[in-house]
Write a new protein. Structure first.
Length: 567
């Protein structure tokens, strides 16, 4: 006999069995932070280095530590590694609200009734698919060892993986109750299916909850347990659950020292899953996830076709992957590398010789025309309008994403639209009013002189030297920065960005926010100082920056929470 519950019935049954007696309901993204001395929830701008000049970093200062719900990327990765399911069910979940540009900020990861319903539907589908291959899911044979014994073995093994810690007696009893209900109404397989479905809707699966180890007398800061550290490592480096080696190390309580953590990071960073996480960071930080929205007016950009968009995306992703993992690996090369990756179709569009087939190959560029990330067609097309370039948008991107600057919003009475196109005026001439009108100049002087220096590239990413029959003026300037002064063209801009300490600090701050799922606070001054110094010592290599993020107070410790002290 088959048995299933309606969605409403599943809600009631699962809530009664799994959530009874827990406090992890509703919006728990700001619970258990231990941030009573942090002065808020992490809404500060964090635009400066935050490291100060003379820090006393003798005492441990981990800053707040929030409960974090799995976002869509993490959910998909976790069910892939837990169940071998690559259907990416979280793609159908509501899109996360971004905070500081990232989709994994603990405070922004709210829960809605729609998301709860989709958790239910996803769990049911995943469980049905999982039990289709019982041999892969259940580590014992119920016929030979007995159904009761096999059910207990399965619950202990699967539960520890799904919850990312050995099950407590209470957790085991609840999951066993779910199994017994399914077995009584149907059979062993149904009991297993309901255990999977229930576990996937449990707060222990959907949230990363950390309490830390028991404190010593008077201690207000504690280390994480080895099981908690295993999860921190796996979600930082893989955005997924711990693997067998991490779980084995946690079981032996071997993740309590910096050296042990370094050894795990050295191993884990070699895994392709780490490359996927770095690529996801770049998608968010550099807005590469907006490439799919690129559209161009065919009457203006006659050689551009929509088929070029995925090729441009592939170019940028291959470039970043190669640079970080196989190439120079440093921040400066992000802007100055004299190469990219193209196939014959994309190279033909750019007017570059070399590639002859559909495969992407490394191409040496003419640095007088192209170098680094900002001269790639995808970036230039994304930072442009459908029928023209967008110097304000390009300058704003560089200020906000590469310098971590917070620009003031435009006056409320200003209609935001580019100047009308003209058959005789250059873009610089059309945007001249930004530099003369008092209501515009203060803000636009921060953006326009940067964006206009990229006018050698049209709105679809092609190199040009004239516009409307006039030579293009690509002189530029970066004011109010640590690399002030004038420069010419993309190469001059790349040089400024490559030498800027503020850009390197911005990269480190962006990684802090992505890795820790929150904004930096004054309490993080010593953590930031540690990260900045290790990043500098490495020659500003991104892989070393990621390693440095696992060696800080904020990563290794959390504020102590007394029993019953969570809010």
């Amino acid at each position: 006999m088959s048995w299933s519950l309606s969605p409403r019935g599943r809600v009631g049954a699962i809530a009664a069995i799994v959530l009874a007696g827990t406090s992890c309901t509703g919006n728990i993204g700001d619970r258990l932070s231990g941030s009573t001395s942090s002065g808020g929830t992490g809404s500060g701008s964090g635009s400066g280095s935050g490291t100060g000049g003379n820090l006393a970093c003798n005492a441990l200062q981990p800053g707040p530590s929030f409960v974090r719900r799995l976002n869509r990327f993490e959910y998909n990765n976790t069910v892939r590694d837990l169940l071998g399911d690559t259907s990416q069910p979280a793609d159908d979940f509501p899109t996360e609200e971004k905070r500081n540009g990232f989709d994994n900020d603990a405070i922004a990861l709210q829960i809605s009734p729609t998301l709860v319903e989709q958790y239910l539907n996803a769990a049911e589908k995943l469980a049905i698919t999982a039990v289709a291959n019982m041999a892969a899911l259940v580590p014992c044979n119920p016929v030979t060892v007995g159904e009761d014994a096999c059910a207990n073995t399965f619950i202990a093994a699967f539960g520890a993986k799904a919850f990312r810690h050995p099950l407590s007696a209470d957790e085991s009893a609840r999951l066993r109750g779910v199994y017994d209900a399914g077995r009584k109404i149907a059979d062993f397989k149904t009991g297993v299916q309901l255990v999977v479905e229930t576990a996937l809707q449990s707060p222990q699966f959907l949230y990363r909850v950390e309490f830390g180890a028991a404190p010593g007398a008077g201690e207000q800061v504690v280390k994480l347990t080895s099981w908690e550290m295993a999860a921190r490592l796996s979600y930082l480096l893989w955005q997924s659950m711990p693997d067998d080696q991490l779980r084995a190390a946690a079981e032996q309580d071997q993740l309590t020292t910096k050296s042990a953590i370094v050894a795990q990071v050295d191993r884990m960073i070699q895994d392709p899953k780490a490359r996927s996480v770095v690529a996801h960071f770049h998608d968010l930080w550099l807005h590469l996830d907006q490439f799919d929205a690129i559209e161009k007016d065919a009457k203006v950009f006659t050689t551009f076709t929509p088929a070029l968009v995925p090729l441009m995306s592939e170019e940028t992703h291959r470039f970043l992957d190669h640079l970080i993992w196989d190439g120079e690996g440093d921040v400066a090369s992000l802007f100055t590398a004299p190469y990219s990756f193209m196939n014959a179709q994309l190279a033909s569009y750019y007017g570059v010789t070399g590639p002859t087939g559909s495969a992407f190959v490394k191409v040496t560029l003419d640095p007088k025309q192209r170098l680094g990330l900002l001269t790639q067609g995808g970036m230039l097309s994304m930072l442009a309008k459908a029928n023209q370039t967008a110097p304000v948008q390009r300058g704003k991107f560089i200020r906000e994403q590469l310098f971590c600057a917070q620009l003031p919003p435009p006056p409320p009475n200003i209609m935001i639209k580019p100047p009308d196109l003209s058959p005789t005026l250059s873009t610089r001439e059309r945007f001249a009013a930004h530099r003369t009108e008092a209501s515009c100049s203060a803000c636009h002087q921060l953006m326009d002189p940067i964006g206009l220096t990229l006018e050698n590239y049209d709105g679809a990413g092609l190199f040009r030297t004239t516009e409307n029959g006039k030579p293009i003026d690509v002189s530029g300037e970066i004011v109010n920065s640590d690399v002030p002064g004038t420069f010419d063209g993309a190469a001059g801009l790349a040089g400024k960005l490559a030498e800027s300490p503020s850009v390197k600090v911005c990269v480190a701050r962006s990684w802090f926010r992505y890795a820790y799922g929150r904004t930096e606070l004054p309490a993080d001054a010593c953590t930031l100082a540690t990260v900045d110094q290790k990043f500098k010592d490495s020659g500003f290599k991104v892989r070393d920056l990621v390693m440095a993020l696992t060696q800080t107070d904020a990563f290794l410790y959390r504020p102590y929470i007394a029993p019953g002290g969570a809010q």
